[in-house]
Ligand binder design. Sequence first.
Ligand code: PAF
Length: 282
Amino acid sequence: MQLISTVEDLRTARRGLTGKAGFVPTMGALHQGHASLVRQSVAENDLTFVSIFVNPTQFGPNEDLDKYPRTFEADVALLESLGVDFLFAPNVADIYPKGEAQISFQIRDLDKVLCGASRPGHMNGVVQVVSILFHLVQPDKAYFGQKDYQQFLILKTMATELHMPVQVVPCPIVREPDGLAMSSRNRYLGREEREQALFLSRLIQAIQQQRGQWTSLAQIQEFAAAELSQYPLVRLDYLEVLDGRSLKPLHDLSPESHPHIFVAAFLGTTRLIDNAPLWNDR
Ligand code: PAF
């Protein structure tokens, strides 16, 4: 694996390459969810690029940018073992040489709900950095985990609308044996928080199990509020059921309307998310 840390070196390396290139952008602190994206890229492409860049523009002023986990040596070892060809790990000044970027993107409806609404500016920062990375790496396919379902939809829309020659590939959520969706932020959780974090995946499963019985979103939200009473360490951010294709509100919860369950919750200061379609088991 070749380690590249500047934009210039990436351009030089990229220029001479032929064959299909797969790309997995990450913020490091890699876990088995990332590994599954990398494995898929290695299997489907001639070359695989991974980036590790903790992107400051996607963190809000009171979020965890400074304490975001950094495990570079372990990440390098994992990526080597998975057969990655290039690891691009730039520093902030390489990606944003002028400090604050002058050009940013506006996202219309897809950003007005879920994490876009709870974390203002977050999705803009994601679009900004991923568009930069796509321009630099020039991948044929880029792989994103569906835990960040809204992020995936927005990036797919970005690639389509900007006519980028890259296929944005959604990959299944990878879970711990007890059901918790894998996330770099899980390592923040204390023992009791880790136990109660199961609220998210258990709630989704319970909603799926009663899928034929729900008559409205309000009824599902009432059910969630009752379940929450068993998890005193959990503070619910949102529970929504939206159209999984457009993130628009739904008039009915039938399979034809593609209802998709989204949940976000805080355990202490750690914010976790999870999601699944109402009608398909995950
Ligand atoms: O999902 C992430 O880890 C990040 O949002 C991404 C896509 C690497 C952009 O910084």
